[in-house]
Design a protein around this ligand. Structure first.
Ligand code: FES
Length: 90
């Protein structure tokens, strides 16, 4: 059974300042590209920026339970593709 992949784009202040504004295009792009298979949403602070603050790797995006640090559109799409490839093998 295919399980939906959930993508959470952090739109909290730290991530926003560090560039997650650019990631908002994922919210439109992902459903167009992957349809039903992937669910994408913008979420408030994931709580990762405060843990990792000293070496801040914001913006963060979560793809299921995996954290994409210093996220870019390309990195997130790659993470989704990797997950789908794993699912397809099962
Ligand atoms: S603002 Fe993104 S993890 Fe805190």
């Amino acid at each position: 059974m295919d399980k939906k992949i959930s993508v959470k784009v952090c739109l909290g202040t730290t991530c926003f300042v560090m560039g997650s504004a650019n990631l908002q295009e994922l919210i439109e792009m992902v459903p167009k590209k992957y349809g039903e298979k992937v669910e994408v949403s913008g979420v408030p602070c994931l709580g990762l920026c405060s843990i990792d603050w000293e070496f801040s790797k914001a913006p963060y995006v979560k793809v299921d339970d995996d954290v994409v640090k210093e996220a870019t559109v390309e990195k997130v799409l790659k993470a989704i593709d990797d997950k789908l490839a794993i699912q397809n093998k099962q």
